[in-house]
Write a protein that binds this ligand. Structure first.
Ligand code: NAD
Length: 480
């Protein structure tokens, strides 16, 4: 077994994702007022844990390689997902951890960024073996003080989900007997184990709230020649997984027209609109989107993104809009549901065409925002709404009765139910997320307007993040 926990001095491999993030950072940092030393501190990964541990798989012992990187301690705990993939390496985990710092800052989630990874293909292991690997990883984190409600709080990412999070929570709790806030050591847990309602759909809902705010901003819509409001906007979504499906559902439920959908087997298009619920049912039954009644088939799935629409939501993979197809994208709003769906070249082409590119670092931050709510719930040991739901309902009832008494008119039963309703946990989570996505969009927009020469929302979002982290460092006064 070997492990190292060091300040970030790791040598980058030949092609470095982390250096790519640093380049974007430097571009934005030139528009901020911070001295070089502070900028260097913001950029650096504060702690890196690399570990190798043995797990018995069948009749063999396997040495598993894993990482946890805490990019920034300017606010604690650190926060970021854990991925299980054969592509996991230190450079990638460093890059993803640093992006988490900037993402949290943009949406005012008071955490430093972190990320973890185990270099395995989860499909090659049974649930029992995955549990052994996950629990051993969690106990390594405990041993090195790399996990805890006030230290570092992991979450699901590629290849992990609620099941893995509950193994981690249980391992942590059993190694820290009596720690009253133990459940706050990880988020994305099942509801029965301290999870929060609304977490599953949070990222897709955040994508919807963010794009809706773009559409509600009169000056932005004027600039791209569209009417304000989400109703009637034509939307294409790539990827019907967690992010894409929920985003499409919220667009559909709120009056947008889903004209195109793409999955790996191909895409479908219907200018009159697709019923997302029926399409998903159809795909479940037939195993494919293709030949959906009334829609045109697009055999080359990626070409679906090039069809007529107002809004394009790539919510599947990285680099799907690139130098090769960006010029053919007709959408005037591109909302990055996935991480990194646009290459830098595509970003430039689309910005030059006058499209609004809403960056991933902001738009898909709904997951981490609701994770923050879950952590708050775990620390407060009470379900959101438990204290005030009944109070609100009683108060609403009193107001309603008074108004009915004064006017001599009665509302309908449906209206009564709507007016009386006091907030449940899910209502409060949605409301907190909505407020976050609206507020952060206007912060980024303000940063775009204030920084002459900055043309794109991605750089503007980075500037917002650097400003917030920089100020936090200054206020900490930690520089000896
Ligand atoms: P997912 O695995 O649930 O969904 C991905 C979907 O894309 C699947 O349905 C898959 O079949 C589809 N797909 C695969 N190849 C495709 C292709 N060539 N064309 C069209 N569709 C294809 O994953 P997810 O959680 O929805 O994540 C999607 C993206 O969003 C990733 O980039 C992820 O990093 C990012 N993201 C996810 C979250 C979250 O909370 N889930 C949060 C932030 C960012």
């Amino acid at each position: 077994m070997s492990e190292t926990a060091t300040a970030a001095t790791a040598q980058a491999p030949h092609y470095s994702f982390f250096h790519g993030v640093e380049r974007n950072f430097d571009k934005a940092a030139s528009h901020t007022r911070f001295e070089k030393g502070i900028l260097e501190q913001i950029k650096a990964c504060n702690s890196i844990l690399q570990m190798k541990f043995p797990v018995r798989i069948g009749d063999k012992i396997e040495v598993i390689e894993a990482f946890r990187v805490q990019h920034s301690h300017h606010k604690l705990p650190c926060k970021g997902g854990i991925r299980y993939s054969m592509d996991v390496n230190q450079d990638e985990v460093m890059a993803l951890a640093s992006l988490m710092t900037y993402k949290c800052a943009i949406v005012n989630v008071p955490f430093g960024g972190a990320k973890g990874g185990i270099k395995i293909n989860p499909k090659n292991y049974t649930p029992f073996e995955l549990e052994k690997i996950t629990r051993r990883y969690a106990s390594e984190l405990v041993k090195k003080n790399f996990i805890g409600p006030g230290i570092d709080v992991p979450a699901p990412d590629y290849g992990t989900g609620a099941r893995e999070m509950s193994w981690i929570a249980d391992t942590y709790a059993s190694l820290k007997p009596g720690e009253v806030d133990a459940l706050g050591c990880v988020t994305g847990k099942p509801i029965a184990q301290g999870g929060v309602r609304g977490r599953t759909e949070a990222t897709g809902l955040g994508v919807f709230y963010g794009v809706r705010e773009v559409c509600n901003t009169v000056e932005d819509m004027k600039r791209i020649g569209l009417n304000t409001g989400i109703e009637g906007k034509r939307v294409i979504v790539q990827g019907l997984g967690n992010v894409g499906y929920h985003a499409a559902k919220f667009f559909y439920d709120n009056g947008a027209i889903i004209v195109g959908l793409a999955e790996y087997e191909g895409g479908i298009y219907n200018e009159r609109g697709l019923d997302i619920y029926k399409v998903v049912e159809y795909r479940k039954t037939t195993g494919s989107l293709l030949n959906y009644p009334g829609a045109i088939n697009i055999k080359n799935s990626a070409e679906t993104m090039e069809q007529e629409c107002d809004i394009l939501i790539p919510a599947a993979l990285e680099n799907v809009v690139n130098a090769g197809n960006a010029a053919r994208i007709k959408a005037k709003i591109i909302g990055e549901g996935a991480n990194g769906p646009l290459t830098p070249e595509a970003d430039e082409i689309l910005n030059k065409k006058g499209a609004i590119v809403v960056p991933d670092m902001y738009l898909n931050a709904g997951g981490v925002t609701v994770s923050y709510f879950e952590w708050l719930k775990n620390l407060s040991h009470v379900r959101f709404g438990r204290m005030d739901k009944r109070f609100s309902e009683n108060q609403n009832n009193t107001i309603l009765k008074t108004v009915e008494g004064l006017t001599g008119k009665k509302v309908t039963d449906t209206e009564r139910t709507l007016i009386m309703h006091g907030p449940d946990e899910v209502d409060l989570v949605y409301s907190g997320l909505e407020d976050t996505m609206i507020g952060s969009y206007h912060e980024i927009r303000e940063s775009l307007l204030q920084n002459n020469g900055v043309q794109d929302m991605r750089t503007a979002a980075f500037i917002c993040a650097i400003n917030k982290v920089g100020v936090a460092y200054e206020e900490l006064g930690i520089f000896p």
